[in-house]
Design a protein around this ligand. Structure first.
Ligand code: FES
Length: 105
């Protein structure tokens, strides 16, 4: 299982999950528009790891930047320069806690 690291924590990535989908699923603040690699609005700094683009994006990228809308993790760990969207509150959207009877809540 590949892991996504951000300034907000560590999150497991689903198989073949696009990084933008993972960031949004886990409540991160990330801009996006086209979701297809041509507008560049989702540009994010890659701090560690490598990514794979199933289709070559058209948007310009500077060194160290990726387009999370159209790439997937290509290494066990991908670390991105992203923060949690604080408008969503303090609830952790990914960690599953369990009650004393073992059921997820
Ligand atoms: S949302 Fe347009 S390039 Fe990622």
């Amino acid at each position: 299982m590949n892991l996504l690291f951000t300034h907000a924590g560590t999150f497991p990535l689903a198989y073949d999950e696009r990084l933008l989908d993972a960031l949004l699923r886990t409540g991160h603040a990330v801009d996006y528009q086209c979701r297809e690699g041509w507008c560049g609005s989702c540009r994010t700094r890659l701090l560690q790891g490598t990514v794979h683009y199933p289709h070559k994006p058209l948007a310009h990228l500077n060194a160290g930047e990726i387009l999370p809308c159209c790439c997937q993790a290509a290494s066990p760990i991908v670390r991105l320069d992203c923060e949690r969207d604080h408008r969503l509150g303090t609830n952790d959207l990914t960690k599953t806690s369990h009650s004393s009877d073992g059921c997820p809540r």
